[in-house]
Design a protein around this ligand. Structure first.
Ligand code: AMP
Ligand code: FE
Ligand code: FE
Ligand code: ZN
Length: 286
């Protein structure tokens, strides 16, 4: 059983269509793949149809943009009902924030002497429910300003770079509760990614577990062997589910090939049963 629980399609900042991604997942020899676009369930229906066609198990998911103690935290949510009002309201708020920051980023770039328009970004984000910095990066690549997404982040869009613009993100605790209320299970994506340790510690994970957090994404390309070892030990202490995944973005991210990290079948089983028994958190009142 090969299980990959974190991938992106064109519904957010991946470069494959949802169907294309599922097709590629089957071709890569995966048995289970989760579609976890940023802040949207938009790709689910198309992905599910293709999953039935090619005979692979599709886990409907999303990666929610949250904030915890001033730090961006990505929360993977599996099987949530995206129409559950508290969750739907947060997703809508994030998507509005995503759309609203595009003109600001374009304006910043223009002031830096880069000739880019909102239309260039719209074209790069065609079909995406969740627009993001990667689409601005893609527009910059198309315009010949930078060679690839990474260069666009390094020069302009990354944190602390001149065209970086903040946007709304849901408080992490609110997101975990909303996912639990929506019948889903939540896992913190790459908890110590990019920033490295300095992310949430064991006591913090324990407090979040009380709210319904079910697991930690331990095996991720942003974690070195040391971070993986420490996170695995914390998960074992707290009895949190351990997941591993690719965070595949199509050609949008190198070194994130489908199945480059996988989740053990027994951990996946614990995740799905947490959902079935509702132990992923207290049900919402009413
Ligand atoms: P956003 O959610 O719009 O703020 O953009 C964040 C997304 O940009 C992440 O989910 C990554 O997929 C992508 N990203 C962040 N840093 C980089 C980078 N250095 N190179 C390529 N993609 C990146
Ligand atoms: Fe992304
Ligand atoms: Fe992420
Ligand atoms: Zn991701």
């Amino acid at each position: 059983m090969r299980i990959d629980l974190h991938t992106h399609s064109r519904a957010s900042d991946g470069t494959d269509t949802p169907a294309g991604l599922v097709h590629a997942a089957a071709a890569a020899g995966l048995d289970v793949v989760a579609l976890t676009d940023h802040d949207t369930a938009d790709g689910w229906a198309e992905a599910a149809e293709e999953a039935t066609r090619v005979g692979i198990e599709l886990v409907p998911g999303m990666e929610i943009s949250t904030v915890h103690r001033g730090r961006a935290v990505h929360l993977l949510a599996y099987f949530p009902d995206p129409a559950y009002p508290p969750l739907a309201a947060e997703l809508a708020r994030i998507l509005v924030g995503r759309a609203a920051r595009v003109p600001t980023m374009v304006d910043r770039l223009n002031r830096l002497g880069v000739d880019i328009t909102e239309d260039d970004v719209r074209l790069a984000a065609a079909g995406a429910a969740a627009s993001g910095r990667p689409h601005v990066a893609d527009a910059l690549v198309t315009l010949g300003v930078v060679p690839d997404r990474t260069a666009a982040f390094d020069r302009y869009l990354g944190w602390g770079r001149p065209a970086h613009v903040d946007r709304y993100a849901t408080p992490l605790e609110v997101a975990i509760r909303a996912v639990a209320g929506a019948g889903g299970v939540s896992v913190i994506a790459h908890p110590w990614g990019r920033g490295g340790p300095g992310g949430p510690d064991e006591a913090t994970f324990a407090a979040l577990q009380e709210l319904g957090l079910a697991g930690l994404e331990v095996d991720h390309q942003d974690h070195d062997a040391d971070a993986r070892g420490q996170l695995r030990a914390i998960a074992r202490n707290l009895d949190l589910v351990v997941t591993g995944s690719s965070d595949y973005h199509g050609v949008g991210k190198t070194d994130h090939d489908l199945g480059c990290n996988t989740t053990a079948p027994e951990e996946y089983e614990r995740l799905t049963s947490a959902r079935a028994t509702g132990t992923s958190g207290a049900p919402h009142p009413g």
